[in-house]
Every structure is written in C-alpha cells, then in structure tokens.
Design a protein around this ligand. Structure first.
Ligand SMILES: Nc1nc2ncc(COP(=O)(O)OP(=O)(O)O)nc2c(=O)[nH]1
Length: 285
C-alpha cells in the first residue's frame, strides 16, 4: 500500500498501526539473534558444557547488537526429527534461566508446555512458527501476558476449511495472518503484544518467498509490527545463484531491505553484520 492508500485505511479504521510507525520514523528495526540449542548446534554428545557454550553465544550476540535472543530447542526444518517435550525442556530451560535476568529472551517452540515453562523461567516473548495454532498455546500466552511472534506456516492453516482464494501469495499470507491475529486476540492475547511474521521459507517456494520480501510494506501495513526471518534461507541461494555458500551477503541485504520497507524485527544468525547494516537503514530516517 502507498502512504496515501495506507492513510485511507487508517482513517477507515481498517488497520491499527499508526501511520508514522510503518512509513515514518518508528524506532528502527530490532535484531533477534538465533540461538539454536539443538544437537547440530551446541550439543556434541555432552563432551563439554553445552549450556555454557549457549550462554556464551547469547552474550556474544547481545554484545554484537542483538535486542532479543531467540532460543529454540527443536529445528523446524521440514523433515527434522521431532523432539519430545521433556528433551526440548532439558535443552531450553537451563539456558533461559541463565540469561533471562540480563537479556530479552524469546522462546521458539510449537509446544504449549515448553512455552509455559520458558515464560515462567523468564522468557518475555513466545515465538511460534505455527502462529499459535494450538488453543492451549493461545491460553498460555494470554495468561502470561507475553509478547507473541505469530508466524504463518502454510501447512498449518488457521481455518482448515478456508481455501487459498487468491493466486497471490502476499494476499494469501496477509489474510491468514489477519485471521491468526484475530484468533489470538479472541483467546485473550492483547493486540499490542502481537507481532506477525509471514514465515519466509515455510511452504511458499522461492518465488513466494521473494514476493513476500519484495512486498514487505503490504505485510507491515496489516496493523501489527512484523518480523522477517530470511537468514541463510534457501530462497536466497536460488535468487543469487550461490547455492551452497553461507548466504551472508544476501541475508544481510534481505533484512536491510525489509527494515526499509517496514519490518520492526529481523531474525538472524549473523547479528554483528545485520546490526551494522540496520544502522545504515536508520540513518536514512
Ligand atoms: N518467527 C520465526 N521463527 C522461525 N524459527 C525458525 C526458522 C527456521 O528454522 P530452522 O530452519 O530450524 O533454522 P534456524 O532456527 O537456524 O533459522 N525460521 C523462523 C522464522 O522465519 N520466523
């Protein structure tokens, strides 16, 4: 939407977010640093203190400019091994407990039990790739009064009977995200605690991911802060032709662009490089 179209939507009360926050000054874009506490990250069969390593990495990301540390105990990659609740708790809780007093922690989980215990241990944000599809998770978030990142994951339709009426991925994702936000609010999650995330890399295909990035401003004009998580994702490799490299440059460029087009948060592996690029974006304001 252009600023004029957006202003008209605000006047009609269609969208909630103040105009200037989406198109104007705003307070910049926050960096969410990714801290995977999964076997293929820190755990090497218990050879040495995996919790200590994770804690060290959390403080390192904070020093590099991360505003939030996103702790995940289960990979969401398609085909990844599901992790039992107890195991996910054993991976996540010790790290949350060690850093939550100093750092802003989000917990990246699909399980209400993990959400509840991580929030009790001091996490302030629930990051749910299923968009709080589980009613129990919505109850946990409402009771905790925490911030939530609700991500669109196409294989978890909010309303199973709703078909994708559009042939346009951005309209389709925007519709599902609006339904996701309404579903959370009906469960008692406050509107100002909701961050929406189009779920780049989750079932939209390379073209869909590129379109969601290109039209960040349309997702950002839904009336809620948005988070983009493009870091090192395969669509960046396909789009730039470097299939196997670490995709650092396209990841930083993607989040720089998303920030300019209205994203309030970016979820990244490479915190220092991204934080520096965002300072350039903020200098444009
Ligand atoms: N809100 C949000 N959460 C997410 N969690 C995991 C992944 C991808 O998970 P995975 O492929 O396991 O890798 P990593 O956690 O290293 O990004 N992507 C997102 C995302 O885009 N948005």
């Amino acid at each position: 939407a252009t600023p004029d179209e957006y202003r008209a939507l605000v006047d009609e009360g269609v969208v909630r977010k103040p105009f200037e926050e989406v198109f104007g000054e705003g307070d910049g874009t926050d960096v969410m640093g990714i801290l995977n506490v999964t076997p293929d990250s820190f755990y090497d069969g218990g050879e040495h203190d995996a919790v200590g390593d994770a804690v060290e990495r959390a403080y390192e990301m904070n020093a590099e400019g991360a505003d939030i540390i996103d702790i995940g105990g289960e990979s969401t990659r398609p085909g990844a091994e599901p992790v039992p609740v107890e195991e996910e708790l054993d991976r996540v809780l010790p790290v949350v407990e060690r850093i939550a007093d100093d750092l802003t922690v989000s917990v990246d989980t699909r399980k209400p039990e993990v959400a509840r215990e991580a929030l009790e241990a001091g996490a302030e944000i629930l990051n749910d790739v299923t968009g709080l599809a589980d009613p129990e998770t919505r109850r946990v978030a409402a009771e905790a009064g925490c911030k939530v990142v609700a991500m669109d994951s196409v294989n978890v339709p909010v309303d199973p009977s709703a078909q994708s009426y559009y042939d346009d991925v951005v309209t389709d994702v925007a519709r599902r995200l609006s339904e996701t936000a309404l579903q959370a609010r009906r469960a008692g999650v406050s509107a100002e605690d909701i961050v929406l995330d189009p779920g780049v890399g989750f079932g939209k295909g390379t073209d869909g991911d590129l379109e969601l990035l290109r039209r960040t401003d349309e997702i950002a004009s839904l009336g809620y802060p948005v988070l983009y998580g493009c870091s090192r994702k395969s669509f960046l490799g396909s789009a730039t032709g470097e299939e196997e490299d670490d995709r650092l440059a396209p990841s930083v460029a993607a989040h720089f662009y998303a920030a300019l087009r209205g994203a309030s948060y970016v979820r990244v592996h490479d915190v220092a490089e991204t934080a520096r690029a965002l300072r350039l974006a903020e200098s444009f304001d």
